[in-house]
Design a protein around this ligand. Structure first.
Ligand SMILES: Nc1nc2c(c(=O)[nH]1)N[C@@H](CN(C=O)c1ccc(C(=O)N[C@@H](CCC(=O)O)C(=O)O)cc1)CN2
Length: 300
């Protein structure tokens, strides 16, 4: 398991992995359309004008169309009320052409995102955030799994093969990443530590982990010298920081320092981010097959 000291880590190319998965999804989407008489349909809802969210929503629509899916994009103004948003979700739940519904997060202040998530039909919850899907995951039952952790797991399996028996630490406990990630690792028979803002001796706990998944959103908070020699590091963070008068995207992990100790590491950008969008497409394909009563193709 351990790498020799001072060996530079393999950089895990999330973009290339996502492209390869996308090719298989496109074939499966075409096959679904031929058999079901319609393409898989993804509805993405954006509330407000957050520039990053606008970019992600556009990318999701573009990717869905590229892979042969139907894309339904709904934009509500920043001033939209909870009732308006709930009414839109109810319409999408009832729309037979829509297999997947995603409400882009975060929502503007004043809107209750948990209530919106709970209003989505769990069979169309391609974000995997509905309590029913979270419960399925915790119970080891087939549901829909949150996109970013699902992408992280694919990269980990590709890089390590079996994860059984490895010590994993997940830093961050959000419902979007940290909690489902810990459940996925547990299901792979890892011994999982969940760290958060109240965790004591974070460097010590990280230093014992074979797998580090960092999802706190704090730029380069995890120092390279905390990483165990030979560990695999998955960096979910994306923060924009100013460096030498230029804006740069960085993760939660000090990439240069960690690369000297890890056996493999995801970069930011180009690591986990592209997987988030591709696993959303994968979830839409899964939801479409289940809703049509068709067997779900195995794309791994
Ligand atoms: N309802 C949801 N909201 C949000 C999710 C989500 O999974 N569901 N995740 C994030 C945002 N996100 C997708 O929605 C997302 C984030 C980052 C990327 C990505 O490809 N990042 C690139 C860098 C892009 C850049 O330059 O800014 C990378 O890491 O290479 C895709 C999707 C929060 N909201």
């Amino acid at each position: 398991m351990n790498a020799a000291a001072n060996v530079t880590a393999k950089v895990i190319d999330g973009r290339a992995f996502a492209d390869r998965l996308g090719t298989r999804i496109a074939v499966a989407a075409r096959d679904f359309a031929a058999r079901a008489g319609r393409a898989p349909g993804l509805a993405v809802v954006l509330v407000g004008t957050d520039p990053a969210s606008e970019v992600y929503v556009r990318s999701k629509g573009r990717m869905a169309r590229k892979l042969g899916m139907e894309s339904f994009e709904h934009v509500l103004p920043e001033t939209a009320s909870q009732d308006q948003l709930m009414a839109l979700v109810a319409r999408l739940n009832a729309d037979a052409a829509v297999d997947g519904i995603l409400v882009q997060l975060p929502l503007p202040k004043g809107l209750d995102s948990l209530a919106v998530i709970e209003a989505i039909d769990p069979a169309k919850d391609v974000d995997g955030l509905h309590p029913i899907n979270a419960g399925y995951l915790a119970s080891g039952l087939p549901g829909l799994v949150s996109c970013t952790p699902y992408g992280c797991l694919m990269l980990l399996r590709d890089s390590l093969g079996s994860l059984a028996g490895l010590d994993a630490i997940v830093v961050g406990r959000s419902i979007l990443v940290g909690k489902p990630m810990a459940q996925l690792l547990l299901a792979e028979n890892c011994t999982v530590t969940m760290a958060h803002s109240r965790t004591q001796d974070l460097p010590g706990k990280i230093g014992r982990a074979d797998i580090v998944v960092a999802a706190v959103g704090a730029p380069e908070m995890i120092r390279g010298d905390w990483i165990k020699l030979g560990a695999t590091v998955i960096d979910v963070g994306t923060s924009r920081v100013e460096q030498g008068g230029k804006m740069r995207l960085v993760g939660d992990v000090d990439f240069a320092g960690a690369s000297l100790r890890a056996r493999a590491i995801t970069p930011v950008p180009g690591g986990v981010g592209p997987m988030t969008i591709m696993t959303l497409m994968h979830n839409t394909l899964i939801a479409a097959h289940r809703r049509a009563g068709m067997p779900v193709p195995n794309l791994s």
